[in-house]
Design a protein around this ligand. Sequence first.
Ligand SMILES: Cc1cc2nc3c(=O)[nH]c(=O)nc-3n(C[C@H](O)[C@H](O)[C@H](O)COP(=O)(O)OP(=O)(O)OC[C@H]3O[C@@H](n4cnc5c(N)ncnc54)[C@H](O)[C@@H]3O)c2cc1C
Length: 245
Amino acid sequence: MAGAALLGRLTWLVTEVVGAAQETPRVRTLVLDANGWTGHRAGQHVDVRLTAEDGYQAERSYSIASAPGEPLAITVEELEDGEVSPYLVGEVGDGDRFEVRGPIGGYFVWDGTDDAPVLLIAGGSGVAPLMSMIRHRARIGSRAPTRLLYSSRTYEDIIYRTELDEPADGVEVFHTLTRSQPPGWSGYARRIDAEMLGEVAWPAADEPHVFVCGSTRFVDAAADGLVAMGYPALSIRTERFGATG
Ligand SMILES: Cc1cc2nc3c(=O)[nH]c(=O)nc-3n(C[C@H](O)[C@H](O)[C@H](O)COP(=O)(O)OP(=O)(O)OC[C@H]3O[C@@H](n4cnc5c(N)ncnc54)[C@H](O)[C@@H]3O)c2cc1C
């Protein structure tokens, strides 16, 4: 009820697309200028509402990929048979308008107010809110030791690849490619498992902030692995994008 009441106070804002970047063949980042936007925290999301000429409306949630203080940006992965994502990835362009509502969420957020280690685990487009945290860390000059374990299908599917290739001091990025790997690939080449988590994650006793984001199946597998390592379930903050992804 409290969540519904909070959401009720948020109004839909008319938003204009002011920039777009193709991140991978199936993923695009949209930079949005939302009239009346009041800012966000790293990890939060927005609801997007599209309205067709006949009045039909569709709403979906998208994580905010930009850091607090930067222009609002979302990163959308196209699901071939999806209703909304093919439009956001393949059709909208500069000057197009739709509505957003937000920012939403007070649990899956990292403000960077302490220097405790930060463990980020992402599957596919689940990297979007974690990228907001990594960008926020850089903007505020945080020294929190940070590790990102990021699972993609192929090398070409790695979102924000160039940016992640040059992480800031104190940020370590570990990739795993589950479907195919380019020649000479030195990262992991399988789904995230207990052995991988044991190599990448800090011991639970170090009490890192933990954020896991991706498809429901991905998040459940990663969280189960962390619990098996001794992480208290309640210490693992999760965001599930849905069945696919
Ligand atoms: C908090 C939150 C944050 C999110 N952040 C992001 C983000 O940053 N980036 C991102 O890309 N996505 C994100 N998502 C997912 C996003 O909200 C959408 O679910 C996604 O873009 C798919 O929407 P769509 O309209 O394209 O697909 P949909 O039309 O909703 O379809 C989704 C899938 O369900 C299947 N499906 C649809 N209808 C049926 C049916 N009747 N029966 C069986 N299967 C069906 C489709 O085949 C498709 O594979 C987030 C979700 C949440 C909850």
